[in-house]
Design a binder for this molecule. Structure first.
Ligand code: GCW
Length: 684
């Protein structure tokens, strides 16, 4: 136990006045701020100016200095080098970070910040650091107008939008620049600033509102973050007054080209478009008897002269399904629509695939689309915003789950992993896919105008971890969490009190598994309240058109997706998984109900029956939440009081909600099956 006096009192920890400093409090820059720092490179480059400002800010706060390059700096930051990413050389006490661009140098600067004292005191080194994925995007589901049902930010759990208020782009965008700074410190360099459900008001960002979009781009640019827009496939009609949006119509093609020309004329470093088409009511090429390659290539052609990219989402399924029809399987939809189109997408189209075939569930199989399109640039899409994972009221550190998805090997042990596929290194990758470094990664942001950015202060860890995994998907989630703790909870001297570190690991490391344990069991998914998706409702979606069913009856539960007797979804996987999932004896427990319909008495590979597993995990999950609360409360004054108060409030709600989940799920399955808990615990 360290001396009480050695730990900073909450009042000494610097918190930004208007919003929380997240992982960049001034204290996190203590080590670098104590040094003599020099910056060289093209002085007219906005991002180089940012690097210089960063160095000035850190050294002013901590007693170091910004010096001339030949003034014997401890840290030389040089933006005139060649190669990819940045190079870090430690020679004696002196550190040099060099990069070909100011943005790469900025990423190098934040790498040094992350390392803290170790950056300067470690053994001599010569390292190259480059991102695994060329495209690292955060998607915002922000609306300009408050949507009557979905609000300002669709699936947002952190207040309003940082970009928009009162039906327009905010006048003061300083917070957007602060956001870009946080993102740059993780390695994210692209942001799509509006909802993929493009409503009438938001569609106009593409045309009338371009000057306003340019202001947002200008706010992101100092930190090397490029702007993308979600666009409506029907824009030629709704904005251009054309009678059609048919992708093969000449006037439609000309309209999109002119629109793209205007965008790049206004914002020369604009990134590209994101499209949700023929999905949940959004317009798309199906209306004209065209397919998604026709649709995506239309936009690709328009943005190609400007070096732009089109992120085209594969989240296409029938949301007007009949629950009585057992032959339609939502899990099959993306593969059925997209795999046959492999090879037809232009080189600047990225097909963006949700990690699972259903919808960002706490547990589901990895999408087989990721293994089925070797001649297409694919991106993995994750959800940082916790729509299905506790809505930033529950602690749920998602990096272990994302890491499992990134590391999944669709062709079995020794084969390529998903992270290789989206980097253009999957088996059979076409020359174009390999040459582009493929589609990389994208995720839905969890940020809003809440003082802590993410509602739950500990949900900041998810945003940080997404950025770090986008840079290096092989990082260990616990190590990433450790970095985040080290920066976010740095005391004035830049160090974190060991007890704080220990408790944050205890609360966060296994929190995703805890969440899984008290919610829907064994990969079956959903069981959430319809619409807002918070809290338990086992049959909430069972008789709806959405295609997310569990088929529980008095005898058993689960979705038969086998080739032998079910929907045939297992056949979308290559070997060995098509057979591993097909066979009850080899299907992993955690996905059992995703692939099979089994009796409640079916014995899992773990040795317990399905129904007993439900009882055991739901009782245990609530206990884990109680333990997390006890651990947090033991911190008692070691974290800033505003963070402490917010976390306590959220933990109390998490416990209430976990108890509700436990009791509803246990009671539901007890009533359905009539099978009592072997331990005789209370089930209502
Ligand atoms: O998970 C679902 C959400 C929708 C969202 C959709 C999508 C933006 O419930 O709110 O719409 O996914 O990913 O397009």
């Amino acid at each position: 136990m360290p001396d009480e006096k050695a730990s900073p009192a909450p009042s000494e920890i610097v918190v930004e006045p208007a919003w929380h400093a997240a992982w960049l409090p001034d204290a996190a820059l203590a080590a670098v701020g104590r040094r003599r720092v020099a910056v060289v490179g093209p002085a007219e480059d906005d991002v180089l100016v940012t690097v210089l400002r960063e160095a000035e800010r850190a050294t002013a706060a901590h007693g170091g200095d910004v010096v001339d390059p030949d003034g014997a700096p401890d840290l030389l930051l040089d933006a005139r080098a060649g190669g990819d990413g940045f190079r870090l050389v430690r020679d004696g006490g002196r550190l040099t970070v060099s990069a070909p661009t100011a943005t790469a140098l900025l990423h190098g600067w934040f790498h040094v910040v992350r390392l803290g004292e170790a950056a300067f005191t470690g053994p001599d080194a010569d390292e190259r650091h480059a991102p695994a994925f060329a495209l690292r995007v955060l998607d915002h589901w922000d609306n300009v107008d408050v949507h009557p049902v979905m609000g300002q930010v669709e699936r947002g759990y952190a207040g309003g939008s940082i970009f928009y208020a009162d039906g327009r782009v905010r006048d003061d965008l300083s917070r957007v620049t602060a956001y870009a700074r946080l993102l740059a410190a993780t390695g994210i360099d692209r942001v799509c600033i509006n909802n993929v459900n493009v409503h009438a008001r938001e569609a106009r960002l593409l045309t009338d509102d371009l000057p306003e979009v340019a202001r947002i781009a200008a706010a992101l640019r100092p930190y090397g973050v490029r702007t993308h827009l979600a666009v409506s496939f029907a824009a030629p009609m709704s904005l251009g007054g054309l009678p059609t949006s048919d992708p093969l119509d000449d006037d439609v093609r000309a309209w999109w080209r002119a629109a793209a020309d205007q965008v790049w004329a206004t914002i020369p470093d604009f990134g590209g478009f994101v499209v949700k088409a023929d999905s949940e009511g959004q317009p798309g090429p199906f209306a004209y008897g065209r397919d998604h390659a026709d649709g995506a290539n239309l936009l690709a052609d328009a943005v190609a002269p400007h070096g732009g990219v089109v992120h085209w989402r594969a989240f296409v399924y029938d949301h007007t399904q009949d629950w009585r029809d057992r032959s339609t399987d939502r899990a099959r939809a993306a593969y059925d629509h997209f795999a046959p189109l492999d090879g037809r997408f232009a080189d600047n189209v990225v097909v963006q695939v949700k990690h699972g075939p259903i919808d960002f569930q706490t547990r589901e199989a990895v999408s087989p689309v990721l293994a089925g399109m070797p001649a297409t640039r694919l991106a993995l899409e994750l959800q940082v915003t916790q729509e299905y994972t506790g809505q930033q009221r529950h602690v749920c550190y998602l990096a272990p789950w994302w890491s499992e998805n990134l590391g999944f090997r669709p062709w079995g042990e020794g084969g390529a992993a998903v992270r290789d596929v989206v980097a253009g290194r999957g088996p059979g990758a076409s020359a174009a896919v390999a040459a582009t470094g493929s589609g990389g990664i994208a995720a839905v942001s969890n940020v809003g105008d809440d003082v802590f950015w993410t509602g739950h202060p500990l949900a900041q860890a998810n945003l940080y971890a997404f950025g770090r995994l986008a840079w290096d998907p092989t990082l260990d989630p616990a190590a990433v969490l450790d970095e985040w703790i080290g920066l976010t909870f740095a005391g004035q001297d830049g160090a974190v009190e060991p007890r704080v570190r220990e408790v944050l690991h205890a609360v966060l490391d296994a929190s995703w598994r805890t969440y899984e344990s008290y919610t829907a069991p064994l990969g079956v998914g959903f069981m959430v309240r319809p619409g807002h998706h918070y809290g338990p409702d086992v049959d909430g979606y069972e008789y709806t058109p959405w295609g997310t069913y569990h088929f529980a009856d008095r005898d058993g539960i689960g979705v038969d997706r086998t080739r032998a007797t079910g929907t045939g979804f297992t056949g979308q996987y290559p070997a060995p998984w098509r057979d591993v999932y097909e066979d009850l004896a080899t299907c992993p427990d955690e996905l059992l109900l995703f692939f099979h319909h089994v009796p409640y008495t079916h014995v899992l590979r773990s040795g317990v029956t399905v129904v007993q597993h439900v009882y055991d995990t739901h009782f245990a999950g609530v206990e884990r939440v109680r333990e997390a609360i006890a651990a947090w409360e033991s911190l008692d004054g070691r974290v800033p009081s505003d963070v402490d108060a917010r976390v306590r409030e959220r933990l109390a709600e998490q416990l209430r909600s976990a108890v509700e989940w436990r009791d509803q799920l246990n009671t539901y399955f007890f009533r359905k099956s009539g099978i009592p808990d072997t331990h005789g615990r209370t089930i209502f």
